[in-house]
Design a protein around this ligand. Structure first.
Ligand code: 5GP
Ligand code: ZN
Length: 112
């Protein structure tokens, strides 16, 4: 599997881990867009949010449970933003489902 996020999960590519459980891995984005920029990914290769279905949606529930825990551990009590980019028009660059947690400052109102 040539997927870079699968390689991060299995340790082939190093990452700055923030959180991990049976379903979820979270690490700091290599090119942060905000003071806190964490990526939360499922330990199951799904190309994007467009592949979420009734069989695999437990991973998404676990991701959002993890996001709430991570937001607290990162001190984001004043709020934050969760983003997932999908496909070409969404400017998705890594084809393994991931949720960006952005925070640590007042984020721009514009969502695109
Ligand atoms: P996308 O544009 O697909 O929504 O987001 C992909 C994100 O993955 C980008 O913010 C990019 O900086 C991050 N990224 C890409 N390769 C690596 C890597 O090897 N390590 C880490 N920590 N982040 C990466
Ligand atoms: Zn993958």
């Amino acid at each position: 599997m040539s997927c870079i996020f699968c390689k991060i999960i299995n340790g082939e590519i190093p990452s700055s881990k923030v959180y991990e459980n049976e379903y979820v891995y979270a690490f700091r984005d290599i090119n942060p867009q905000a003071p806190i920029h964490v990526l939360v990914i499922p330990k199951l290769h799904l190309a994007s949010a467009d592949e979420i279905n009734a069989e695999n949606s437990v991973y998404v529930a676990k991701i959002f449970e993890a996001i709430s825990v991570i937001a607290k551990s990162e001190g984001l009590e004043n709020g934050y933003r969760v983003i997932t980019n999908v496909g070409e028009d969404g400017c998705q660059s890594v084809k393994h489902l991931h949720f960006h947690i952005l925070g640590g400052k007042k984020l721009p109102e514009n969502m695109g």
